[in-house]
Design a protein around this ligand. Sequence first.
Ligand SMILES: Cc1ncc(COP(=O)(O)O)c(C=O)c1O
Length: 372
Amino acid sequence: MMDFSPPALDGIDGLISPSLVIFRDRVAANIQRMISMAGGADRLRPHVKTHKMAEVIRMCESAGIHKHKCATIAEAEMTASAGGRDILMSYPIVGPNVWRFLKLQQFFGATQFAALADDLDTVAFIDEAARRHHQKIRLYLDLDLGMNRTGVLPGDKAFEVYKLIASSPNLIASGLHGYDGHVRDANLSDRKSTARPGQEALFAFRDRLIGAGLPVPSLVVGGSPSFPTHTGLTDPTIELSPGTLVFNDSGYGSRYDDLPFPPAVYLLTRVISRPGHDRLCLDLGHKAVAADPAPPKARILAMPDAEPLGHSEEHLVIQCPNPEEYPVGTALWAVPSHICPTVALHNWAYVAEGGKIVGRWDVTARGRVISI
Ligand SMILES: Cc1ncc(COP(=O)(O)O)c(C=O)c1O
């Protein structure tokens, strides 16, 4: 069972609530843990969407992680501005996002960018857009490894799309991407069994492409739950892309014993009212902690069994056995169930180190647009 307790911190009474508090040493330790589980920093391409913060990109880069994955153009811009050297937009680019992607390439000449596609018409559109801007675009084919969200099944249609990418004059066929978010079994050996068909299909499809003389320089796979199912893959082109693990949360922390990543980010909340004999109201509405998944929203550390009763914009009402022990104004630590959308609700976070608050980090890419 994960130990959710936060490191000691002075001066809590002066901190604004609700707020995020990042424990920098834990972030650094989680980055190192990801590297050692992956078997090397060059086997990692962590997803930026969890933190959206320039400081975390700088920490990754100085730990030797130079490859990053993004879901939005704003995340890609933030990552490039912070010195990220290699960025995969792991999200299909369509419509005006194609022009924004070309602008990114133009403005950040020192950064290598790539994007995903899974559709013949989109590939043709992106090739034409690149031609008009006198640029080349690196494209990965997005494969559906069983999640049924984006991507094509590794079969004949996928083969045609990859062949088109490889033969388009303004595109560079860069490899295959497969996100297996359906691999969620709590037990690791069950998770490995669930992940295996996707892995086998990925390698068989890659071999088919190579057999047809097409280059497949990289295979980008996975999120956090499937991370330990892929770490044993020795193929030199594999890149593993967990996101959540850099901060972790109580959703994954309470489900996956094989992912020993202590929470690095906490919510500081306060009791704002005691509306009944069996409940408390906290300043942890769904503008401060993500509303997904369905209850629980956050693990209130002092009351791990408290049940959420109601969640509105700025209020979280919880049922607990002993509300009289928590006078109005009491500060409490909580670990969000889902850290990624929780971070995106905040403009900035406190940063703690050595038991003290040492600064604030902006959540730079929380909006859809920075400058591009
Ligand atoms: C394409 C893609 N890659 C990687 C990840 C990271 O997954 P996790 O949040 O489990 O670390 C996600 C999560 O949504 C994703 O959508």
